[in-house]
Design a protein. Structure first.
Length: 284
């Protein structure tokens, strides 16, 4: 279908365009609110600044589609293929992105407030400066994603896959990172105070000079992690694995560990002010 045919039929009141082939179509700034394109092919389409409020893109192929500055508030993009798509500065407020694939998509500056991101694949996506404040990101794939300067405060990232992600400048205040995969991630000088990192995988992570005051690192995997100059004051290190970790000048004052906590061989716990967890210390 050609662009003029689609626009003409839309103006005549037609809204249902399920399964049509619109690959490489150009619809710059088009008003297509409430359009139904479920199962359609829009590979390589150009829709910058298009008005697509409440549009149905469920299971649509939007690979390499240009949706720069598009208005997609309340749009249904569930299980859509958006790999390599350009969604920079797009408005996806309250959009349904459940199960969508956004591998290497550009979402820098996009608005995602209230969006459903359940099961989304954001591997290697550009999410620089995106606001994820309070978002439910449990278990989603963010491997090697660019999250520099992103707002992840109070976001639920439990079980999220973040290995290789770029988090420099990201705000993580109050975020939940328990059971998250953060192997090899660079978090140096990051404020992680009070963060729940229990059972998180942080093997080889760079936490140099990071603030982990009162952080929950219960059963965390920190093998070969760099923790030199880091502040772990009053942190919970119960059952954590720190074998091979760099702990030079690390502040462990009032931190708690258990008999199952594993430190580098020869590490002097008493000299660093750590306490063995007992019933009395846990109660305190």
């Amino acid at each position: 279908m050609y662009d003029y045919e689609l626009l003409q039929e839309y103006l005549e009141g037609q809204r249902d365009f399920r399964g049509v082939d619109l690959s490489h179509i150009s619809l710059l700034g088009a008003n297509l609110a409430d359009i139904i394109l479920e199962g359609a092919n829009l590979t390589g389409a150009s829709l910058p600044s298009a008005y697509l409020a409440a549009a149905n893109f469920s299971r649509v192929n939007l690979t390499e589609t240009n949706l720069h500055q598009a208005f997609l508030s309340r749009a249904n993009l569930s299980f859509a293929k958006l790999n390599h798509a350009n969604l920079s500065d797009a408005d996806l407020t309250k959009a349904n992105l459940k199960g969508a694939s956004l591998v290497r998509a550009n979402l820098s500056g996009a608005k995602l407030s209230g969006a459903n991101l359940t099961g989304v694949n954001l591997r290697e996506a550009n999410l620089q400066a995106v606001n994820f404040c309070g978002a439910d990101l449990r278990g989603i794939n963010l491997r090697s994603a660019n999250l520099m300067d992103a707002n992840l405060s109070w976001a639920n990232l439990s079980g999220a896959r973040l290995s290789g992600a770029k988090l420099h400048g990201a705000i993580l205040t109050g975020a939940k990172l328990n059971e998250a995969y953060l192997n090899g991630v660079d978090l140096h000088e990051t404020d992680l105070s009070g963060i729940n990192l229990s059972e998180a995988k942080l093997n080889g992570a760079n936490l140099q000079a990071a603030n982990l005051t009162a952080a929950n690192l219960n059963a965390a995997h920190l093998r070969s992690a760099i923790l030199s100059w880091a502040i772990l004051r009053a942190a919970d290190l119960s059952d954590a694995d720190l074998r091979g970790a760099s702990l030079k000048h690390t502040n462990l004052e009032r931190s708690l560990y258990t008999e199952d906590t594993q430190f580098p061989r020869g590490f002097d716990l008493l000299a660093h002010g750590a306490y063995l967890a007992t019933d009395d210390t846990m109660a305190a």
